[in-house]
Ligand binder design. Sequence first.
Ligand SMILES: Cc1cc2nc3c(=O)[nH]c(=O)nc-3n(C[C@H](O)[C@H](O)[C@H](O)COP(=O)(O)OP(=O)(O)OC[C@H]3O[C@@H](n4cnc5c(N)ncnc54)[C@H](O)[C@@H]3O)c2cc1C
Length: 424
Amino acid sequence: MRKSNQEIVKWQREAKVRYNADIAVIGGGIAGVSAACAAAKSGAEVILVERFAVTGGMLTTGGVANFCDSDYLSGQGEVFDQILADLKEWNAIGSGKKSCFHYEVLALVLQELLLRRGVKLLLHTRLVDCIADSSGRISECIVCGKSGPEALRAKQFIDCTGEADLARAAGFETLKAGESGYQLPMSLMYFVRHAAPEEVKPLLPEGWFNPIESKDELPMTSIWPDGPGANALKIKIPMFDSTNTENLTSAEITARRRMIEVLDYYQRVEKKPWHLDHCSPIIGIREGCRIIGDYTLTLEDVRAGRAFDDAVARGTYYLDGHKPDDDKRTYIMSKDQLKVPPYHIPLRSLIAKDGKNVMMAGRCFSADQLALSSARVATSCSMMGQAAGITSALSVQNGCDPRDLDAADVRNVVIRRGAELANR
Ligand SMILES: Cc1cc2nc3c(=O)[nH]c(=O)nc-3n(C[C@H](O)[C@H](O)[C@H](O)COP(=O)(O)OP(=O)(O)OC[C@H]3O[C@@H](n4cnc5c(N)ncnc54)[C@H](O)[C@@H]3O)c2cc1C
């Protein structure tokens, strides 16, 4: 295939303004769902745009199926409380580890919660572009589902894509990776079920891929129970960029090959009676691209358990900074440096510096790489989402933009909605 990086074609077409909303949330992971649900609870008309068939993002299509920090599952806000309560009602959490859940059921729980709150859901619909003026105000975004490209007009926008797709389309400043030049490594999640030993035949045919003969050759592999007679496996796939089309393609190809090599090792060398059940639909992405906000949360803030007057969310998880440039169980910092006290996430780190009516939440909020390594867990992403949803709805009600609001007003609503912000 010949590659061309030089030629440019100009592409232009008209799109119908098919959707009108107070708030458009782009990306339906835990951050986006929490943002949409919180904004709808505030009385805003909300549209959520998700490129896949289900919401939940990493937690569902990425197969993560676990909430970290099980000591802090409460106090994240009423949206997360409702999600937990629904998972419990469906008997879909606590099998295996106490914070593991059935990710197919989570997808259902999230869709039903969104619909109960009156959020308009566009599935199989991808954000492809946006129309922004020179001040950074976005008027419409262009989404593309099976009906083709259409315009979505809104007063406020929240980028919850993890890869900052909306902000990048608007030309806002973004940031990715850390000192090594690589993003936090990806991992592939897959699932095996147990069979009688005589029923298990190694899956990898001779002559394919690179069979693993000893434990030392394995990539970092985490294994835990996934309900009765089944295990979840997670393998580290480093040095790929989820914001680059060809690179992400290579990551998926590499990950699926590694999945079979690792499974083959366990079947053939360790004689595990494991059948491949299924693999998560997409690779797990820890870090995509972050949007520079009015404030960028730093490693120093997180380690100091820093308090902010405009705190709207809180992080509690350790610095889960997997070393980006090898595939072993290694960390950017030494293990005794990973623990952090509870710390605040300020409203300013959820407001896009280059935008007027644009917030972000979840993996693409404004943080340095190591601050993100802690704040990227589902609980904190949900808290950020809820705060962004509340803030955007207040902006609509007051006819102003997020940075024009009094942060104390936002914080009051956030706390009233069940978010625990104490950082000590
Ligand atoms: C391997 C791995 C293991 C992890 N383990 C844990 C764990 O045990 N516990 C824990 O709490 N956290 C864990 N995490 C972290 C956590 O799962 C994620 O950081 C968190 O769920 C991210 O939520 P999010 O909503 O910010 O992003 P995402 O979940 O990535 O959601 C982004 C959403 O946006 C959609 N989207 C993206 N681009 C577009 C577009 N252009 N148009 C429309 N839609 C778009 C995506 O399809 C997706 O649904 C893990 C992460 C990984 C990768």
